[in-house]
Write a protein that binds this ligand. Structure first.
Ligand code: SF4
Length: 943
């Protein structure tokens, strides 16, 4: 009997051509193969050769096709013709748009450049946008790190020269235990998924520390459901247990950290708490071989952790003594802290014991000789195979900087940073704080700023204060309020500009920052600030220029809109000067390029800045004859020289005799073509002898200079004891000429401890914890990175709205049932939202997915869309300032050291409500400059 089966082509030709570029559906920057048919995008798959994702593609990445074709895409430049917020616009030409922008900006530059505040959101071209702002001359530039994760980044740089994600990662192939703290699924998404998969396949244990058990925490082998804001206490208690048990790597601490550096102990000395230094300014240790003082980096020096030094009546002790005193005290005993953390003492001891067992009883070695910066030869590399990863969950608190520092110190005392099986840096990191620039803020009308805006301060002398000790920046970064604000404070710009403190501005220029919705605390308040008028009937913030690819909630509040392209229509460079795509074993960078041409009158924002910069005559953007220097962003990427031999892209540069090389080299006119032919990226492997111990490894230092990460070798030791923090603390004690204002002295003294400490989140003392007993959090879902995701026709099917998840105890206490709604109230406001039950939650924590709720009328969605009716934002409950305390001041709802927005300090109360038809507050619909999308999104590619 013959089978009569239809002939099916099981491998139809899906594309005529594959174009390889870089995904931008989230910030991970995976390599993608874009399949083209008849000149249109047919589908997207992962690039198997790419260092970041090795072919893996997530739901977001494959849904890029819907992002590229989204009905909400802006179509042409727009000029506001109605009142701000009305959504009344007229389309104008690019010539009109650029003329208008130039007319607005040129007088500001000529007279008072600080009156321009230029801030960018999820921008991946910060080394370029900052150059533009520097050329303009305004001190008011930053990207979104201040409300994202600056605590993690800054604590990492100040302590070890880098933290996680772009800076470092667990040694996934050798680690035996990975602890993740406060990691949701948005940052470093595919690499973590792949890493966890590989580690688990080898039998490594994954431990998730998070109040919420979803995503990575759901697949973890063990889950610690900690109370929000107490991670630092838990970590310091584990440090207590490890130090008491003697389970710390003393050799590593002595050689590679400043635990051995001598600290002035004289209570009467102006230098108390600071390092003892030699005439060259180098911190001193005691050499075990000689028993004498020696510079930390002296050839052959063997630093001692125990001996003290007394001279001229002053005792100097190694920082290790101070660590032992602080962390072995009963204050950090598990019995003293467990309750506060929502854990038991036994649980803390168990976690510490497990770390110790894996680090020391299961130590590994790699037979790779290496030589350290003191010239000592080591015949192998010893690994402590415990590793850590952390993200916003521990950093978005008012104690986040010190919590992140505590986590780094935990890794360091175990000897598990830059050793096999531990945490590994990704080139061009590690880079200590001293290798970064200091912040600059000197304004000269008509001229460029005196240097880069953002950097790392090393004491009060580096603060950006004017002659009256007032902040030079509109966001008050690098002021006494937040001295180490390495990423600026984007979340304070509109609030400060509206209040006119420290001064009023003329123009707010923003890129990809949805400030009137999910990118602001106090969302309703921000909308009001953007539309408020003064007594003369003029807007308090006189002009707003905004660039975005989509009709977001922010569009209605701009006066001039510069429409950006989608990520498949543009050039980008993911640069070593910025946030590169490197792996621990390889240095790498990448590009995006227009795999499709825009079908609308839109332009890549960076190309627009090239032209606007030329029209304004900004240094770096014009030739000597005044003509435009870079035709567009692609031209800049190819031709810009940052330092001799160093450009935005490190790959395919020209060496001697025109030979292609990576790292340093001359401009290569064909560089972008070379990237395209290579799959959109460039990569060079780290040599084997440089694989670990990078900050201390002489071979790595030489390789880093050869590649251009820095110009001279600069080995360093980890800064467990952070002297810059001590200098600020000393100022608050009255030492030095630059003094903080009286009202900030106590806060600086209490929080800027040079050794990591824990203090309660500020909201705990600003609101009554009995009245607001519940912690409220948000997380980004794995399927959506930004508010962009909520318009995506495919991704909306995964998350159409975002219930508020309640733990069993709260669910039962209030008698909630499926389908119920709740009123949630903070000290700042109330929301009405649908609820759902989740058992795997800290008992005092409620939470929801972030950025799913939409304002009606935005993103070309139907006003009946579930996102705009059942979806909601927690942001309405959070204010950028803490509630009044009766001292006449409103304190910032931020980390007092870095200024990071303390989103996760929020406390609320909850009650059942009968209002069940619409999430509240329900803002009136926005009028969008683009029409609502069709009921069904359909198009055909090919025949
Ligand atoms: S993880 Fe991010 S960059 Fe990678 S495929 Fe998914 S959306 Fe794209």
């Amino acid at each position: 009997m013959s089978l009569d089966q239809p002939a099916i082509d099981l491998s139809p030709r899906v594309s005529d051509e594959v174009r390889k570029t870089t995904c931008y559906m989230c910030a991970c920057r995976c390599g993608i193969n874009v399949h083209m048919k008849d000149g249109k995008v047919a589908y997207i798959e992962g690039n198997k050769d790419h260092p970041v994702n090795k072919g893996v593609l997530c739901a977001k990445g494959s849904a890029g096709i819907m992002q590229h074709n989204a009905p909400s895409r802006l179509r042409a430049p727009l000029k506001r013709v109605g009142e701000r917020g009305s959504g009344e616009y007229e389309e104008i030409s690019w010539e009109e748009a650029l003329t208008l922008a130039t007319e607005w900006l040129a007088p500001i530059r000529a007279n008072a450049p600080e009156k321009l505040a230029f801030f960018t959101g999820r921008d991946q071209s910060q080394s370029f946008t900052s150059l533009w702002a520097q050329g303009f001359g305004t001190p008011n530039y930053a990207a979104h790190g201040g409300f994202c994760s600056v605590n993690m980044a800054a604590a990492g740089i100040y302590t070890m020269g880098g933290a996680f994600w772009e800076f470092g990662q667990p040694d996934w192939d050798r680690t035996k235990m990975v602890m993740i703290f406060g990691v949701a699924e948005d940052h470093d998404s595919n690499p973590i998924k792949m890493g966890i998969g590989r580690a688990k396949a080898r039998g490594a244990k994954i431990v998730g520390v998070n109040p919420i058990r979803t995503g990575y925490n759901a697949v973890a082998d063990d889950w610690v459901g900690i109370t929000p804001g107490t991670d630092g206490l838990f970590i310091l208690s584990m440090i207590h247990c490890l130090m008491k048990a003697g389970k710390i790597d003393l050799d590593y601490l002595a050689r590679f950290t400043n635990a051995s550096v001598l600290i002035n102990e004289d209570p009467k000395s102006d230098q108390r708490g600071q390092f003892l230094r030699d005439d060259q300014g180098q911190p001193l240790v005691i050499d075990r071989a000689t028993g004498k003082l020696a510079p930390w980096n002296g050839v052959g020096v063997e630093p001692d952790l125990s001996k003290t030094h007394r001279a001229k009546g002053i005792t100097h002790r190694p920082a290790f003594h101070l660590m032992a005193e602080k962390y072995m005290s009963d204050d950090y005993a598990p019995e003293a802290v467990a309750d506060r953390c929502g854990l038991t003492p036994a649980r803390i001891r168990q976690m510490a014991a497990e770390l110790a067992r894996v680090a020391f009883d299961e130590a590994i070695t790699v037979d790779q000789p290496w030589t350290d910066f003191r010239g000592k030869h080591h015949d192998r590399m010893i690994g402590r195979p415990v590793s850590f990863h952390a993200m916003r969950g521990i950093s978005a608190h008012s104690n986040g900087f010190q919590t992140c520092r505590a986590l780094h110190v935990l890794q360091i005392i175990l000897g598990s940073v830059e050793t096999p099986g531990g945490m590994r840096f990704k080139p061009p990191y590690p880079k200590p704080a001293t290798a970064h620039p200091k912040p600059h803020g000197k304004v000269t009308p008509g001229q460029a700023l005196d240097g880069p805006h953002l950097g790392y301060v090393h004491g009060p002398e580096d603060l950006l204060l004017d002659e009256n000790d007032q902040p030079k920046r509109i966001d008050k970064a690098y002021s006494w309020e937040n001295p180490m604000s390495a990423h600026g404070l984007m979340h304070m710009v509109i609030s400060n500009a509206h209040a006119g403190t420290p001064y009023k501005i003329d123009t707010l220029f923003m890129y990809m920052a949805n400030m009137s919705w999910n990118s602001s605390m106090n969302t309703g308040g921000v909308m009001k600030m953007l539309t408020d008028k003064d007594e003369d009937g003029e807007y308090v913030i006189p002009r707003i220029i905004y660039s975005d690819a989509y009709s977001s909630e922010m569009i209605a509040y701009a006066d001039l809109i510069l429409p950006d392209t989608t990520y498949l229509e543009r050039h980008d460079c993911i640069s070593l000067l910025d946030r590169p795509i490197c792996e621990a074993d390889a240095v790498a960078d990448a590009i995006r390029w227009p795999v499709v041409e825009p079908d609308r009158d839109v332009r890549g924002f960076q190309s627009v800045l090239c032209e606007l910069g030329a029209r304004l005559g900004l240094p770096g953007f014009v030739n000597e004859d005044g003509s435009q220097k870079y035709a567009d962003y692609a031209d800049y990427i190819t031709h810009h020289i940052r330092r001799p031999g160093i450009g935005p892209l490190a790959g395919f540069r020209l060496g001697e005799n025109g030979k292609m090389q990576g790292g340093r080299g001359d401009v290569n006119e064909a560089q972008l073509d070379n990237y395209i032919s290579n799959g959109g990226f460039w990569m060079e492997h780290v040599p084997a002898e440089c694989s670990y111990y990078k900050p201390f490894n002489a071979a790595y230092q030489d390789w880093a200079v050869k590649l251009g990460f820095y110009d001279v070798v600069q080995p360093y030791i980890f800064q467990i004891y952070c002297e810059p923090l001590r200098k600020f603390q000393a100022a608050a004690e009255g030492i030095g000429t630059r003094q903080p204002p009286e009202h900030l002295r106590d806060q600086i003294k209490a929080t800027m401890d040079p050794l990591p400490i824990w203090y309660a989140p500020f909201e705990d003392s600003s609101v009554d914890p009995d009245e607001y007993p519940i912690h409220a959090l948000t997380q980004r879902p794995m399927a959506m990175y930004h508010s962009w995701g909520t318009q995506n026709a495919w991704l909306r099917q995964i998350h159409g709205h975002n219930p508020l998840y309640l733990p069993t105890a709260i669910w039962e206490q209030h008698g909630f049932a499926e389908g119920d709604w709740a009123k949630v109230t903070s000290a700042h406001g109330s929301i009405v939202v649908p609820v759902a039950h989740q058992a795997s939650l800290n008992a005092h924590t409620i939470w929801t997915w972030n950025a799913i709720g939409k304002r009606k009328g935005a993103w070309a969605l139907d006003t009946d869309a579930s996102e705009a009716n059942k979806g909601f934002l927690l942001n309405h409950l959070i204010h950028e300032l803490l509630p009044p305390k009766g001292d006449g001041l409103r304190w910032a709802n931020s980390d007092p050291i870095t200024g990071q927005a303390a989103w996760f300090d929020l406390r609320v109360k909850i009650e059942k409500t009968r209002e069940t038809n619409e999430a509240k507050p329900a803002m009136p619909p926005l009028k969008s400059p683009v029409p609502q999308g069709p009921e069904t999104l359909v198009w055909k590619v090919g025949t």
